[in-house]
Structure formats: C-alpha cells, structure tokens
Design a binder for this molecule. Structure first.
Ligand code: URA
Length: 203
C-alpha cells in the first residue's frame, strides 16, 4: 500500500471509530470515499438517512442526481473524491450546529491535506460557509474563488435541485464548467501565471 493509501486508511479508521455529540443518534460515521488521487474533491453537508444506513456519502437521492450530473461531463462517481463537512447524520437531517461542524473539522482538513485537490467543489451553503463564510450560495454559485492555494467552486447542493426543480438546469450548467475550470487551472500552473489572485473570479 502506498504511503498516501495507508494514511487514508488510517484516517478512515479514525473517522469510523471517533466519538462526537452526533454519534449516539446515528448508525455510523460516514467517511469520504472515491479516488484519493482525484484532482477534484466534492464536499457536501452531512450524511442523510441512506448514507447513515450504508456508510457511504451521497448514496441516496441527492447522490443519484450527483451521479447524473457527473455523467453529463463524462465522469463517474469513482473518478472523484466525495465527502461531507460533518461525518455523522444529524437527527432528522437537521442542519449541523456550529459546534458539530467544529467537532468534525480536523477530518475534512486532513482529507484535503492528503488529497491536495486542484479544485474543491462546494455543494451548497454548508460547505460554502466552511470555506467562504461571507458568501451566499445564490450569489456566488458557478464562480470559482481562490483562497490561499485552494480553488473553490461553489454550486447548488443536488438536494436543493431535487427540492426546487428550477435549480436543476443551473446545477447542470455549473457542472459543465468543472472540466473547463480544471483545464484553466492546469494552464495557469504550467505558466505559473499570477493571474489568479486571492478571491478573484475565474469565470
Ligand atoms: N447530502 C449530503 O450533503 N451528503 C450526503 O452524503 C448525502 C446527502
């Protein structure tokens, strides 16, 4: 096993065996999964009912829409890494509390440090709030932002598009920007261009 794989396996084991204030009310902790060498990481909010039962992120209806959106850009779920801000299901799928996010913070930080993605796709307002707390999802979605050496691409959460089908077309068109954005990031890193300054928009 490579060093990266073994560090990831250790992190997954830690996530699965951790104790937090949500643990008593859920079936299991749900670590991120997928390709740890992916240049893109997708971050959602927290496991829902299906995820809590099956132990994997985005395996319910939001996950199906995510897979469909991925297929429109020729990707499969296995190609990317997907995880959540909070690894345990909040009761009745309520929003995670700030202190619950805080309890889980080190897991996501370690996932990102290990994977070092070129692009972080933020699914919905909870993931957005973690990284870019001053922004609103309805205003910033579909726009790439750089903070330090990380590039974020906030888009609607697939569950929001299931709840309000008018958001579906926007979600799908934002997905189409992901490979274009990755290509731009590759170009910029080849030329070492300083064009992407902190908080600048790419699109
Ligand atoms: N919604 C999320 O934010 N994460 C999941 O894993 C499933 C649904």
């Amino acid at each position: 096993m490579s060093d990266k794989s073994s560090q990831f396996a250790k992190l997954v084991a830690e996530i699965k065996s951790h104790h937090c204030s949500l643990r008593g009310g859920c079936q299991q902790a749900v670590p991120g999964d997928g390709n740890i060498n992916s240049p893109v990481v997708f971050i959602g909010e927290a496991p829902g009912k299906m995820e809590d039962e099956l132990g994997h992120p985005f395996v319910g209806s939001a996950g199906k829409l995510l897979a469909e959106a991925l297929s429109t850009i020729g990707w499969q779920r296995e190609d990317i890494y997907i995880t959540n801000v909070v690894k345990c299901r909040p009761p009745e799928n309520r929003d995670p509390l700030p202190e619950e996010v805080e309890e889980h913070k080190s897991f996501l930080t370690r996932e990102l440090a290990l994977i070092q993605p070129k692009l972080i796709v933020l699914l919905g307002r909870h993931a957005l709030h973690w990284f870019l707390p001053a922004e609103k999802i309805s205003e910033i979605r579909g726009t790439a932002k750089r903070r330090g050496n990380q590039i974020f691409f906030p888009i609607y959460h697939p569950a929001a598009a299931l709840y309000d089908p008018r958001l579906r077309a926007t979600l799908m068109s934002d997905f189409k920007k992901i490979p274009i954005l990755l290509g731009k990031i590759d170009q910029l890193s080849e030329t070492k261009s300083p064009t992407l300054s902190v908080q600048s928009s790419i699109f």
